[in-house]
Structures are given as structure tokens and as C-alpha cells.
Ligand binder design. Structure first.
Ligand SMILES: NC(=O)c1ccc[n+]([C@@H]2O[C@H](COP(=O)([O-])OP(=O)(O)OC[C@H]3O[C@@H](n4cnc5c(N)ncnc54)[C@H](OP(=O)(O)O)[C@@H]3O)[C@@H](O)[C@H]2O)c1
Length: 333
């Protein structure tokens, strides 16, 4: 079969579209013909190499997979699965995370243990299903399970234009929050407004802390000013900086560190304003099922930036690195 493969960590030049051995399904596995695979912000990071993360090489990127069952292993439950079923894959598996510590799905076919398959509802396309697992799953966990956002709360979202961000905006709006969405360019800020953000901040021209002070006042230790919740998976310089926009007793949610995982902090803000810093990692199979239901009911919309043939892998990788993606970049084998 054909697959996107890298044999060592490095630049985009390491990414190849090449022949790869066909997967053979084990007794408990289904062979899935991949119809769509979505990229995530972490794919270029894994290509470069993430300190402390052991990536098996050669590696096939792509954690978010949707497709069709074309063969069943001998012990797969025939009451649950049939050849021809449209399925999506749960990528965070017991033996690793696909695209990170286990081979991903940017290829023609993939063998998947039956416990990591979910049926795609009729009303959901394969492209939509492929957008959901990693980014939308983590957004759901962050906004609802860990963050417990409530109607009327003011929520500042940094990096709102990406996969996680576009879902956070939709989920927070559905709860009834007032959403302030930040992007790195004017065109992305405009798209965030179309998506329903109440306010947008173009960080290439505006200082988001000053904007929050202008809109809601400067946070005061005895209460008032700032926003109730900040979602910051950008990290880097924005980490300590965003403390100045958070109200006393506010919640700061993080699931990643796109711009740097060991930023400077400022403990004075954390104790003086009694912040609650909440980490968030991954999601559950039930979360992924719930997302499929919401997309089927049109309560949630996967934001598709592009659909490229698998052979054109370089373009979406380049766009992710250059911050030119709004929502999800999808590949079609
Ligand atoms: N722990 C978990 O389970 C988990 C799961 C999913 C994702 N994550 C993490 O969450 C973060 C977002 O993931 P994602 O898939 O949504 O990524 P993404 O689609 O690439 O979106 C990230 C956004 O961050 C903004 N950004 C700000 N500073 C940046 C920088 N220095 N480099 C690149 N982008 C920058 C970009 O928007 P602008 O250009 O508009 O600013 C970009 O659209 C990543 O750090 C990822 O590793 C963690």
C-alpha cells in the first residue's frame, strides 16, 4: 500500500509518500480502508522530534482516522462489525497514541483492534468523523469535564483558530459563555467571528491583555475585572502574560504548549489572585461517541480547512507549521 512515512526526525524533507507493507489483521482486528485522516498540531512536532517522547521509526503520522471495514479477523464479533461498516478509530490506545508512539493512519489501510472502533452515524461524513478524535475530544474534556464552564462566564481562548480552538469556541458558545477568541492574523479572526465568537482579537495587531482590560477592566484581588476562564495551550511567552487577564479565583486551562513547555511563570499572580490551574489530557471513548452524536444532530460542526490527497502531504504540513490552517487539515488516501 501507499503511506506517508518518515524514517528519521527532522524537517519536511524527511516526509515521504512511499510503498509500505500491507497490514494483516490479527484475530481481534478489522482491516480498515482509510477514507479520511486529519492532521493535528502535534504532527509537525512529532516529525521534528519531541523531547522525552519515544516515537517508533519508521513512523506513519495521522491519529484521526475514518474509513470502511474491508476484512475481519477470525475472532472479531460479527454481531458488532461487518465488512462495509463505516468506522472511526479511537487513537489513544493501551499500547500507545497513534501518530506519536504508535503508527498512525496516513496510509491506504490500517489494522485496528475491534475495541478501538466506533460506528460513524449515517448523518456524519468520513471527513467530519476524522476531524473529531484528538482535537475535538480534548476540547470537550477541557470545556466540559475539567473546566466545567457555565453559562454567562467570560472565556478567553488563545490559539482559537486551530483544531482544539475551533471546537472550544463552539462548545463554550453552546453552553452560553461569552467567548473572546484570539488568532494570529486578521483572516483567522474574521473566521472566528463567523464561527460565533462574541469578540475576536487579532494578536498580530492587538495586545490581548490590553484588550481584556479595555473590555472588562483590570483584574483586582478583591474581585472584578478580567475574564473567568482562560484556555491556554500555547504556553511560551503567553503563559505568565495571560495571568494579567484572569479574574481573581479564575480558571486557567491547559492541554498543551505549542510555543514552549517550560515558560517563565509568575507565582505572585497565582497566590494573590488564587488562580485554579487545571491540566487536561486526552478524552474517553464515550467523549468520542458523544462528539459523533452532536455532529449527527448538527449541534457541532467540524471545521474543515482543506482536503488534500495523501500524496500531497507536504502542503498541509507546511500550512500547519506556517499557521495557515483554520480548523482541521484532512488528507484523503
Ligand atoms: N494533551 C492533549 O491531550 C492534547 C490533545 C490535542 C492537542 N493538544 C495540544 O494542544 C495544542 C493545540 O493543538 P491543535 O491540534 O489545535 O493545534 P493547531 O491546529 O496547530 O492550532 C494551534 C493554534 O495555535 C496558534 N499558535 C500560537 N502560537 C503558535 C506557535 N508558536 N506555533 C504554532 N501555532 C501557534 C495558531 O493559531 P494562530 O496562528 O491563529 O495564532 C494555531 O492555529 C498543541 O500544543 C497540541 O499539542 C494536546
Amino acid at each position: 500500500m501507499k503511506a506517508v512515512v518518515f524514517h528519521r526526525h527532522g524537517s519536511l524533507d524527511e516526509l515521504g509518500y512511499e510503498d509500505f507493507p500491507d497490514p494483516q489483521p490479527g484475530p481481534h482486528e478489522a482491516l480498515v480502508k482509510v477514507r479520511a485522516v486529519a492532521l493535528n498540531g502535534f504532527d509537525p512536532m512529532v516529525l521534528r522530534g519531541i523531547p522525552g517522547l519515544k516515537t517508533p521509526l519508521p513512523m506513519i503520522p495521522g491519529a484521526d482516522i475514518a474509513g470502511e471495514i474491508v476484512e475481519l479477523g477470525a475472532d472479531v464479533d460479527r454481531h458488532l462489525w461487518r465488512v462495509g461498516d463505516r468506522v472511526t478509530v479511537v487513537p489513544n490506545q493501551a499500547d500507545g497514541m497513534m501518530g506519536e508512539t504508535k503508527r498512525g493512519g496516513a496510509c491506504d489501510r490500517i489494522a485496528v483492534d475491534q475495541t478501538y472502533l466506533l460506528p460513524i452515524p449515517d448523518a456524519v461524513s468520513e471527513v467530519e468523523a476524522a476531524c473529531l478524535p484528538v482535537a475535538y475530544g480534548t476540547a470537550l474534556r477541557m470545556i466540559e469535564t475539567r473546566g466545567r464552564l457555565r453559562a454567562g462566564e467570560k472565556v478567553l481562548i488563545l490559539g482559537a483558530s486551530g483544531g482544539v480552538g475551533t471546537c472550544c469556541v463552539q462548545l463554550a458558545k453552546a453552553i452560553g459563555c461569552e467567548v473572546i477568541a484570539c488568532a494570529g492574523s486578521q483572516w483567522k479572526a474574521a473566521r472566528l467571528a463567523e464561527l460565533g465568537a462574541d469578540h475576536t482579537i487579532d494578536m498580530s495587531r492587538q495586545n490581548y491583555v490590553a484588550e481584556i482590560h479595555r473590555m472588562y477592566g483590570k483584574p483586582r484581588i478583591r474581585g472584578g475585572g478580567g475574564v473567568d476562564v482562560i484556555i491556554n495551550y500555547t504556553g511560551g511567552d503567553t503563559w505568565a502574560e495571560c495571568f494579567r487577564a484572569l479574574t481573581a479565583h479564575g480558571r486557567l486551562l491547559t492541554c498543551g504548549a505549542t510555543a514552549g513547555y517550560d515558560p517563565k511563570t509568575d507565582l505572585r499572580y497565582i497566590w494573590s489572585f488564587e488562580f485554579n490551574i487545571i491540566g487536561c489530557n486526552g478524552w474517553t471513548i464515550e467523549d468520542q461517541r458523544e462528539l459523533l452524536r452532536r455532529v449527527a444532530d448538527r449541534r457541532l460542526k467540524p471545521i474543515v480547512h482543506s482536503q488534500e490527497p495523501l500524496s500531497n502531504i507536504r502542503k498541509p504540513f507546511e500550512e500547519l507549521i506556517d499557521r495557515q490552517v483554520f480548523g482541521k487539515a484532512v488528507l484523503i488516501p
